[in-house]
Ligand binder design. Structure first.
Ligand code: XLS
Ligand code: MG
Length: 343
């Protein structure tokens, strides 16, 4: 049994298209995904705004509300909650040059307006958490944007949301690159610095995605611990990543078992989840996976969290203390590796 509650996004079951090739699996209907999520052991669903209301930009306010209510009903029917809504600020022709940091004032305004609609969606589907993954806030051409102005525009964007709804909370999900080259919010430190400058810092925290931290050359467990120490870890996206290359969203623990162990350890030691937070996954099946087996990466990731929770429970803090007192960190490291290997 896990002490955590888990969440997953509908995009985690996808058709397998990548930058160099088309879809290889059929689209699975949203209702079928929900039924399977519940069966596999998830408690909540993560949403982009257009996962709730497809083609949201072309819909009227009343159409948006009606569709959101249907989605809420489907969640209720399946015994699932909504965890957050993240405005998808990277696919519209109006966010080609970024959203809050676009060089066009009209496009910046679009980003804000769309974010406020996402707050409305949170309210309709029953959550109080808005997510910002700043996909295009940064540059492809280093000289194309004024970062000084960009940082202030991002803070302004956060303030607009905080001001619009007095109880909504926001997480920033940092990522150093992809699809942009140089992100304006690459790490948790950047995210929390932005938070501190807003009109209501306690309502702005961070979400660590393991692969994003790895892409920044950082240890995801440390990114989590940093936010936890400041009371700012509003969510996690557990997954894995083989080094600093394209974003892989691999099954949790599949590449770096010791780092996965330390992520679970840090979450357990700091009682993550006690304030209602979910342990989220953000994993994608490999393109080679056949449709009959396209939920395996979710099952495997959950199983990995549970197995690592057992390893954390078996972690002997007395032995840890003894190694620390002797300053024998070679010994401590070997103790951890033997624990993980069951040796
Ligand atoms: C992409 C992000 C995305 C967010 C939600 O890299 O991880 O899936 O989690 O917008
Ligand atoms: Mg993510």
């Amino acid at each position: 049994m896990s002490k955590f509650r888990f969440s997953v996004g509908p995009w985690n079951i996808h058709e397998g298209a990548d930058v160099f090739g088309p879809a290889v699996r059929p689209t699975i209907a949203f209702a079928e995904k929900l039924a399977n999520f519940k069966k596999i052991g998830f408690d909540a669903v993560q949403f982009h705004d257009d996962d709730v209301v497809p083609e949201i930009d072309t819909k009227s306010a009343s159409e948006i509300t009606a569709t959101a209510r249907q989605v809420k009903q489907m969640l209720d029917d399946h015994g699932l909650k909504a965890e957050f809504v993240a405005p998808r600020l990277w696919e519209s022709p109006r966010t080609i040059d970024g959203a809050f940091t676009s060089n066009s004032e009209a496009e910046r305004e679009y980003a804000s307006e769309r974010s406020l609609r996402a707050v409305d969606l949170c309210r309709e589907i029953g959550c109080d958490l808005l997510g910002f993954w700043y996909a295009r806030e940064g540059t492809l051409c280093a000289e194309s944007k004024d970062m000084h102005a960009g940082v202030h525009r991002m803070i302004e964007g956060l303030n607009r949301v905080l001001d619009y709804d007095g109880t909504i909370r926001i997480f920033i999900e940092p990522k150093p690159n992809e699809p942009i080259d140089r992100s304006f919010a690459p790490t948790m430190g950047h995210a929390l610095a932005l938070s501190a400058e807003t009109i209501d810092p306690p309502r702005v925290g961070g979400l660590v995605e393991s692969a994003h931290a790895t892409l920044a050359g950082l240890d995801p467990a440390n990114e989590m611990a940093f936010a936890l120490a400041l009371g700012k870890l509003f969510g996690v996206h557990l997954n894995d990543q083989n080094g600093m290359k394209y974003d892989q969203d691999k099954a949790f623990g599949a590449e770096n078992l010791r780092q996965a162990f330390n992520q679970v350890r840090v979450l357990v030691e700091n009682d993550f989840g006690a304030r209602g937070e979910y342990v989220g996954l953000d994993v994608k099946a490999m393109r080679t996976q056949k449709v009959e087996l396209c939920y395996e990466h979710l099952k495997n990731s959950l199983q990995m969290v549970r197995l690592l929770e057992q390893k954390v429970a078996a972690f002997d803090y007395k032995i840890q203390r003894q190694f620390i007192e002797a300053r024998d960190y070679e010994g401590l490291e070997m103790y951890v590796m033997k624990l993980l290997l069951g040796a």
